[in-house]
Design a binder for this molecule. Structure first.
Ligand SMILES: *Cc1c(COP(=O)(O)O)cnc(C)c1O
Length: 358
């Protein structure tokens, strides 16, 4: 069976070395040694100023939004994972969907300005599959209309844009370290900011607002990660460059076998060093996607319709038609891509797809 992804696990002996130390100290959570070490290593690897580990990428979004201390509407993308929209609604914001660009699959800045009203206070955009949003245009609009900007960078581990970490953009960026992501800690995530004042708030907010055992800075939640998760991250971080290189090679093979057959790909923004986190392929129509999917499934190969459906269809938001997002969502399929997928398997997957759409 071939799934869309397979979690990379470090050699068990390596993880056990960390466990031995945890068992000795009995320090299993509450920002212990390994969590601090992972935060420092990630800051250095990613080249970002402040980074706070949290227990998943969704709580990262929720804390990021809470930290801005605003109320009202937030412009956001309908083409993302459900957590982008659900976090907004969960935190009491009304999402204002704005359609995406048909090439980058990210929020289309040309459509944002028409949606700005006095109630709109922020923009929450996703770097879709790790492809950077048009950050210059988004940040220009935000400056002009005094809006805060949060990026859901769940897919963007290690991505750079014009030589800088994409995670340095916006007021805050959030990332997921879920087992299905490129770099993972089983469950986990992080909040990233360059702003010292926001960083100060985040540090309290992820720990119940505690300011010492008997004092509270303000409201908080439990966003802490454990030493067991941090140990996983410390085992995997040294392998990430190899994992990216392997995915890059496999992606190039897919390109070679698929792209002359009427299939298309997302256009990666110029100036980007991409991380090959996903291999999304765009079919000419939904029925072509469905026949390829049926053929793959019959051969025990399970790609994923990611993202589908377009988030403006969720039953807890107001529906407004988003033609491009709906169209892309109906035609895009993420193909299997992981470190030990073989060239032969890619050949088989590509063959089944091209045969099914002839
Ligand atoms: C994975 C993901 C999240 C949620 O992260 P979790 O760690 O699973 O909570 C949010 N947004 C996007 C775009 C994601 O892909």
């Amino acid at each position: 069976m071939i799934n869309v992804t397979k979690t990379f696990l470090p050699p068990l002996e390596k993880y056990i070395e960390y466990l031995d130390e945890i068992w000795e100290t009995k320090h299993i959570t509450n920002h212990g040694k390994f969590s601090v070490q992972l935060e420092n290593d990630l800051k250095e690897y990613l080249g970002v100023k402040h980074l706070f580990l949290v227990n998943n990428g969704t709580i990262a979004l929720q804390i990021a939004l809470k930290t801005l201390q605003i109320k009202g509407k937030v412009i956001t993308t309908p083409f993302s994972y459900v957590a982008t929209t659900s976090s907004l609604v969960w935190e009491g914001f009304e999402p204002v969907f704005t359609d995406i660009d048909k090439n980058s699959f990210c929020l289309d800045p040309d459509k944002i300005e028409a949606q700005i009203t006095p109630k709109v206070k922020a923009i929450l955009a996703t770097h879709v599959y790790g492809n950077p949003c048009d950050v210059e245009a988004i940040e220009r609009l935000a400056g002009k209309h005094n809006l805060r900007v949060v990026y859901d960078a769940a897919h963007a581990f290690g991505v750079t844009y014009k030589g800088e970490s994409i995670l340095s953009h916006g007021d805050i960026s959030t990332i997921s370290f879920h087992a299905t992501k490129l770099f993972h800690t089983a469950e986990g995530g992080a909040i990233i900011t360059n702003d010292d004042d926001l960083a100060h708030k985040i540090s309290y907010m992820r720990n119940f607002g505690h300011n010492g055992p008997e004092h509270f800075w303000g409201i908080g939640i439990n966003g802490k990660s454990s030493e067991l998760h941090a140990a996983m991250g410390l085992c995997i971080l040294p392998e990430v460059n190899n994992l990216v290189q392997r995915r890059k090679d496999l992606s190039a093979l897919y390109d070679q076998l698929l792209l002359m057959h009427g299939l298309q790909k997302q256009v990666i923004r110029e100036g980007t060093t991409y991380n090959y986190a996903y291999y999304p392929v765009l079919f000419p129509c939904e029925s072509a996607l469905l026949s390829a999917l049926a053929s793959l499934n019959a051969n025990q190969i399970f790609p994923r319709r990611y993202f589908f459906p377009s988030l403006n269809f969720l039953n807890y938001v107001e529906y407004h038609k988003m033609p491009i997002s709906e169209d892309i969502a109906s035609r895009v399929l993420c193909l299997p891509l992981y470190h030990d997928l073989t060239e032969q398997e890619i050949g088989q997957i590509s063959g089944l797809i091209t045969n099914s759409i002839q």
